[in-house]
Design a protein around this ligand. Structure first.
Ligand code: ADP
Ligand code: MG
Length: 668
């Protein structure tokens, strides 16, 4: 057979093919044109569409306009007013920089530019074909700004035209692009309309992002938004935007990501955010996400192909990890999440949903050294295995009242505490509480939070300490210190929404306080006066303040001075009743009842202290039960809820790590 003859392709055909790569559908062209209008400092952009953009795609702006003398070359490839030296590439503030958009469009459609700058009296109109002016620009009337009309897109590329979707679907894609740019550039007025019809999108000049989200995406999304703002000096990035709280979810999630104001995709960031939400949202449901990420221009790979909206940037993994953790903390901090958890995990069920383990995927890539092989499932092996085997103590929490001096010990039998869940969730409006919550969120150590989330419980050491494993390291953790913070935070974040532990039968607080005064811990001395009188006074204070405790903390004291309920801070957990008398005494004497924020602060601290304390008596009588509670109730709750403050770092001691042990054994 004769060999094929190699011919040089006609230049116009080459250009057309290249242009078709860049402009694949009307929505690509529109994105480029909107970015040009934004670069030209417009504050008003109107888009008119005929037949899904195939017959006509027109964009009108009120920007700077194009100078008459530039009209000659504006559609030539690599002509741009935005970049002159190579170094400029590393410092691009404007969107366009390749000077390829208009040129490409002129190769695959009939392109007309009508434009007027502020400096000249009249406008000009010019038509282009294959990157060149068809005739000298003609003067015409018009306002300052530019109208770019693209007609008969792909008239010379029938296959490409055929590959497009229906006009309705193409219009939807155009509408998506306009929606996203309208949210991101909320100060600019956008109009999108089909030719001869009323606008389908119309945003006002100077509106806020929130207003535009509400208008375009609906009130359901707008009312669930959580603002996002990160400023990071280490990796030099800034993130702003908003995400929906866990109450909202939809089958079709919306993810809008702008990097340095360019609409892009990042599969890595998307999947990181999805993984955060997957813990909260029903399977197959997604959030609404709008993020605007500003990176150092030098850290972005600018040379990506214009059709590749997928971007990569320097320190991508670290930055994504930070964003992920931040969003997670925001979600955890939002009241809805708390309410949501409450719905999902009513007391009485001990669940463990936290099995996501990213380490698996990592080990596929890296060759794993034996010293790095880690146990990832607490069920595999625990300390218990080496001790006497035990049965799980019953999930039902028994409470015994062991103060022998009192007849109360009979009345507070095993069944005396019963948990009831409050099922209405109220929104916290008190600034004092919101401030306290904010402080907790701001103090949260991302590192400890991650450690807690991914740790594997090893075993209880004693009343104070437990062991857990994180990656290849073994930690000794001061359970009580963590625990107190956990209870404190639960009081704050479930403020007004705490389920109750019923105290049955009700307990007279005055008598309880007398009991407390009889203990050494109360610090009572002769000078303090008669115990019964003191107890009466303390009880009166508590009855007076009962409304606050009832309304905000689910702690009910009746008018008759009887304790009816205590707050349930962590599912299946009950405080020690041995210290209940002392707790009530402290509430009367140590809580600052008079000023709002101080009152909440001292009340929460006292209560957290009481819930944390483990009595020797209980420990001696049933150490297994204590250990079971620590492992199955306390640590899982820490994993789930605790936003650990930095100061807890010193309560976690690294005992050893596998690599260190290996060094020891290698010497043997
Ligand atoms: P780039 O945006 O990369 O510079 P384009 O092909 O998109 O390349 O545009 C070429 C040039 O045309 C721009 O640099 C700009 O000077 C001019 N231009 C395009 N659209 C507009 C507009 N709407 N208003 C003012 N000037 C524009
Ligand atoms: Mg451009």
């Amino acid at each position: 057979m004769e060999p094929g003859i190699i011919k040089k392709l006609d230049e116009a055909v080459v250009n057309r093919i290249a242009a078709g790569e860049i402009i694949q559908r009307p929505a690509n062209a529109l994105k480029e044109l909107i970015e040009n209008s934004l670069d030209a400092k417009s504050n008003y952009i109107q888009i008119t569409i005929k037949s899904g953009g195939l017959k006509l795609l027109q964009i009108q702006d009120n920007g700077t306009g194009i100078r008459k003398e530039d009209l000659e070359i504006v559609c030539e490839r690599f002509t741009t007013s935005k970049l002159t030296k190579f170094e400029d590439l590393t410092n691009i503030a404007t969107y366009g920089f390749r000077g390829e958009a208009l040129s490409s469009i002129s190769h695959v459609a009939h392109l007309t530019i009508q434009t007027k700058t502020a400096q000249v009296a009249c406008g000009y109109k010019a038509c282009y074909e294959d990157g060149k002016l068809k005739a000298p620009p003609k003067p015409c009337a018009g306002n300052q700004g530019t109208i770019i009309s693209i007609e008969d897109l792909f008239y010379n590329m029938p296959q490409r035209k055929q590959a497009l979707k229906s006009p309705a679907e193409e219009f939807q894609k155009l509408s998506d692009v306009v929606s996203k740019y309208a949210v991101h550039n909320s100060k600019i007025g956008f109009i999108l309309k089909k030719f001869g019809e009323q606008p389908t999108i119309k945003t006002n000049v100077g509106s806020t992002q929130e207003q535009n989200i509400r208008y375009i995406f609906g009130a359901n999304i707008a009312k669930e938004l959580l603002p996002i703002e990160i400023e990071d000096n280490i990796h030099k990035f800034r993130l702003k935007g908003c995400v929906t709280k866990v109450n909202y979810s939809a089958k079709k999630g919306i993810m809008m990501l702008f990097i340095n104001h360019r609409l892009v995709d990042s599969a890595a960031l998307k999947s990181a955010i999805d993984s955060v939400y997957s813990a909260y949202l029903p399977k197959g449901m997604h959030p609404f996400i709008y993020l605007s990420l500003d990176l150092e221009p030098t850290n972005i790979d600018v040379n990506v192909h214009p059709t590749k909206h997928e971007v990569h940037f320097l320190y991508e993994d670290d930055i994504i990890e930070k964003i992920k953790t931040y969003i997670e903390i925001q979600l955890l901090g939002s009241n809805d999440t708390r309410a949501f958890y409450k719905q999902l995990k009513l007391p009485g069920v001990v669940e463990n949903n936290e099995n996501e383990d990213n380490r698996g995927s990592k080990s596929e890539v890296d060759k794993v050294q034996p010293k790095e092989i880690i146990r990832t499932d607490a069920k595999e092996q625990k300390l218990d295995k080496f001790l006497i085997t035990q049965q799980n103590p019953t999930q039902h929490i028994k409470t015994e009242f062991n103060t022998s001096q009192s007849s109360l010990s009979q009345s507070m039998n095993d069944e005396s505490f019963r948990v009831t869940a409050a099922n209405i969730s109220k929104e916290v409006r008190l600034t004092s509480v919101l401030n306290m919550q904010k402080r907790v969120e701001n103090n949260c150590s991302v590192h400890i939070r991650k450690t807690l989330k991914e740790m594997v419980f090893v075993g209880v050491v004693d009343k104070h300490f437990a062991l857990f494993q994180y990656e290849t390291r073994l930690y000794l953790c001061h359970t009580l210190k963590f625990c107190e913070e956990l209870f404190y935070q639960r009081l704050l974040f479930k403020f007004e929404n705490l389920p109750q532990i019923k105290v049955e039968p009700k307990l007279p607080i005055k008598q309880l306080i007398v009991l407390a005064l009889n203990t050494e811990e109360s610090g009572w001395t002769e000078e303090d006066g008669d115990k019964s009188e003191l107890a009466s006074r303390a009880a009166t204070i508590l009855v007076e303040k009962a409304a606050i405790m009832r309304e905000y903390f689910s702690l009910n004291i009746s008018d008759k001075g009887e304790l009816e309920t205590l707050p349930c801070l962590v599912e299946n957990h009950c405080p020690s009743n041995i210290y209940l008398p002392l707790f009530l005494l402290r509430l009367a004497t140590d809580v600052e009842w008079e000023t709002e924020e101080e009152c909440f602060e001292t009340f929460c601290r006292e209560t957290a202290r009481y819930y944390t304390i483990v009595s020797e008596v209980e420990l001696l009588s049933d150490v297994n039960r204590h250990n079971w509670i620590v492992e199955h109730i306390i640590y899982p709750a820490m994993k789930r809820y605790l936003l650990p403050p930095n100061k807890l770092k010193k309560e976690m001691y690294e005992l050893t790590s596998l690599p260190k042990l290996y060094k020891v054994f290698e010497r043997c």
